[in-house]
Design a protein around this ligand. Structure first.
Ligand SMILES: [Zn+2]
Length: 282
């Protein structure tokens, strides 16, 4: 049976102090059942604190995911940058395994320094295979690498590239960021239900059932300019796309389970709005 889970990218918007254990209690009371742990500025958590998150998430039936540091570039022509990226992602994988985060989300890198996109993608895949080997050698189970569809045309991370990475690197499930797909296309993609269904069917057809069980996704409204992403916006800001109801209807039509992380500036508050729209109007 299809299950759609909702939650914030990080601690609740109104939470002024406290850790992720408290954050899980709060979102659970709100009726949310997913949270993305943000390690975007680096992985600093101690094992015992990560294990406390695991326990609380289990108690409250909240699914946890993790966002790895922003400072990663697996496509970099500089070997030192790639080496540091590998080390940082490995640290994120370790922390994810302690807290039972099922995916480690990351932005794969940049095309800069390559004469064509294929070379950048090839290098990304080669660099990531080191992280995949680490996972295998250390028998880490239940943590998937999760390249995200990125919002800028300068970044590796089109839908095709994310699928290509997951075909060659294992374990891997993509993170589908609907706002990024929209911004990257400068508002021409994710404009109707058929396009949402097309994305979902393509991911499942090319990567198998496991990639969408449950699918990891991000949503918010987004502002774009030439080259893509500018800024994330709230669902109430009607001048921006994409439309959440389109994405929700597409998910329901295909019937896949999904973890929907709100990247709106008001995080959990918009996760609640998304959940309501999905339950009542789609
Ligand atoms: Zn991201």
């Amino acid at each position: 049976m299809q299950k759609l889970r909702f939650g914030p990218a990080g601690k609740p918007y109104d939470m002024k102090s406290g850790d992720y254990v408290r954050a899980i209690e709060i979102i659970s009371e709100m009726g949310l059942d997913a949270i993305e742990y943000e390690a975007v500025r680096g992985v600093a958590i101690k094992k015992e604190n990560a294990e406390a998150i695991r326990e609380k998430a289990r108690e409250k039936n909240v699914i946890v995911s993790m966002h790895a540091p922003y400072f990663l570039n697996f496509a970099s022509p500089k070997t030192d940058t790639v080496r540091k990226s590998v080390e940082r992602l490995i640290r994120a994988v370790d922390a994810a395994s302690w807290m039972n985060a099922y995916v480690v989300v990351f932005h794969p890198g940049y095309y800069k320094g390559h004469s064509n996109r294929e070379d950048a993608l090839r290098q990304t895949i080669n660099s990531l295979s080191e992280v995949a080997s680490y996972i295998e050698q250390n028998s880490i189970r239940g943590v998937f690498l999760s390249p995200e569809t990125t919002g800028k045309d300068s970044q590796v991370g089109s839908l095709e590239e994310v699928i290509a990475i997951c075909k060659e690197v294992s374990p891997c499930k993509p993170t589908i960021d609907w706002a990024h797909l929209y911004a990257r296309s400068e508002g021409t993609f994710i404009t109707n239900i058929d396009e949402v269904i097309g994305v979902l069917e393509r991911v499942e057809k090319e990567l198998g059932r496991e990639a969408v069980d449950p699918l990891h996704t991000h949503f918010s409204k987004i502002e774009y300019g030439r080259g893509g992403e500018r800024e994330h916006h709230t669902l109430a800001e009607t001048e921006y796309g994409p439309e959440w109801s389109i994405v929700c209807r597409g998910l329901k039509e295909v019937g896949v389970s999904a973890v929907i992380i709100s990247e709106s500036p008001i995080l959990d508050r918009d996760a609640i709005v998304m959940k309501k729209i999905c339950e009542e109007n789609c």
